[in-house]
Design a protein. Structure first.
Length: 133
């Protein structure tokens, strides 16, 4: 996993403002968004009371912010990637994750969200493909 100088700077700013530890940072220029993966247990710190920390980071950087909680368990990490969508089940075999989403959420998942999920799962747990069932 390689980070650009800009992403390293975003991590430093994020950690200074929130007090949470960022394990990864991905910039999405198309959506004017920055995604942070925070260490397990730091999600509350990252968000802050009533979202205050996220708001401060958003104002400092001038982009939308998305935060995902890391997990050593690949199944839990994949569930975290799809949060707040309702995930019924995740199974992983042969580096392929099969994600059973609630029918109400299948219509809103979107191609970009699936691409983001695949990229994160591959970067952190060597999962090469994600299939929505």
């Amino acid at each position: 996993m390689k980070l650009s100088a800009g992403e390293i700077g975003y991590i430093a700013l994020f950690e200074k403002i929130t007090g949470a530890t960022a394990k990864d940072c991905i910039t999405d220029e198309e959506e004017n968004k920055i995604l942070f993966v925070v260490k397990k247990g730091d999600m509350g710190l990252a968000i802050g009371k009533k979202g205050a920390n996220i708001q401060r980071v958003r104002q400092a950087i001038g982009k939308k912010i998305e935060v995902i909680e890391y997990s050593e368990d690949p199944v839990e990490f994949v569930k975290n990637i799809f949060h707040p969508l309702r995930v019924n089940n995740v199974s992983i075999s042969n580096n392929v994750a099969r994600v059973d989403l609630d029918d109400r959420d299948k219509v809103v998942i979107g191609r970009r969200n699936i691409q983001k999920a695949k990229m994160l799962a591959e970067r952190h747990h060597n999962i090469s493909s994600i299939i929505i069932i």
